[in-house]
Write a protein that binds this ligand. Structure first.
Ligand SMILES: [Zn+2]
Length: 299
């Protein structure tokens, strides 16, 4: 079966049924960037719990259903506008950034392009550079073209190599500049906004497959955790070469985030066998089902 990676998805708010459907569709690995939970956090403590879940429980839950889970850690742009909270979160980030399976600082970037957002974007880019980490950038929904150019300017000003930055949520207006400047260009396939599968086919037809990455960004909104395999299928139906489909729906994400040293093909080509009887800090993924226990490979 063809393998896919969804390098931007918010699994914490998705159900286990999604993991089952994703694994059945060929998704072998996901990257979950830290993000907005839909309402403002009232204290840095809830950030600590959220980040702990990304590197802990969520990683465990994904593995129990056959998917490797990696994450990106960061302060999101909306919450950068609460400086008291932002300062406290900045203090705890380094502790999480160095944990196993963390592939980037992210998702960071602009929302309303305020002064506070700019300050914390720059601070986090500096942190990424100090820790020699990759950066995953969220580009704004409003005034996207300007916000995207501005984010790339900031990366260049802070001496981060474009090859170590993924600019996400691109569209027809931003793709040319992102590719020309040497950054990775992520595309979020959303049912109603951002980018649709049909448009994605045309982008790959026009710009080729180099440095282009497809993701679902599925979260608590109307979104589709199968957007990557579905878009791949449409690309094949529309005559995009298989090698290019593999690049944009698998290999480019691996090449980009593999630079972290935290993510490699071995993780899913020779995985630990699944044993759903295993507990995570005393807790189980079981909800009445017969536990799946795969055979251990005896060497
Ligand atoms: Zn996101």
């Amino acid at each position: 079966m063809t393998h896919y990676i969804d390098p931007h998805i918010h699994m914490s708010v998705r159900t286990t049924s999604d993991y089952e459907a994703m694994a059945a569709a060929g998704i072998v690995a996901v990257i979950e960037p830290a993000f907005w939970i839909g309402q403002p956090r009232t204290s840095a403590g809830s950030y600590v719990d959220y980040l702990s879940a990304l590197v802990g429980w969520e990683r465990f839950r994904a593995a129990q259903f056959g998917i490797r889970h990696y994450c990106a850690i960061g302060l999101n742009s909306k919450e950068a506008n609460n400086p008291a909270l932002a300062e406290e979160v900045m203090d705890i980030l380094p502790r999480y950034l160095l944990k196993e399976g963390v592939v980037a600082v992210g998702e960071i970037g602009y929302d309303e392009q305020t002064e506070a957002e700019d300050r914390y974007l720059r601070a986090q880019i500096d942190l990424a550079r100090e820790l020699d980490m990759l950066v995953m950038v969220h580009t704004p929904h409003r005034d996207k073209k300007r916000g995207t150019s501005r984010t790339m300017d900031v990366c260049v000003e802070h001496a981060v190599s474009p090859a170590r930055v993924v600019i996400d949520h691109n569209n027809e207006e931003t793709v040319r500049e992102v590719l020309d400047r040497g950054f990775w260009a992520g595309f979020t396939i959303y049912p109603k906004t951002k980018m649709g599968s049909e448009r994605m086919v045309e982008i790959v037809r026009k710009y080729g497959a180099e440095r282009i990455i497809v993701d679902s960004s599925a979260d608590w909104g109307v979104s589709d955790p199968l957007a990557v395999p579905k878009t791949a299928t449409l690309m094949r139906q529309r005559g995009i070469a298989d090698a290019d489909v593999v690049r944009v729906c698998y290999a480019n994400a691996l090449a980009a985030y593999g630079q972290s040293g935290q993510m490699g093909e071995d993780d899913w080509l020779s995985p630990q066998p699944i044993d759903q009887r295993i507990l995570f800090e005393g807790n189980t993924v079981l909800r009445g089902q017969t536990p799946r226990v795969d055979d251990t490979i005896v060497e």
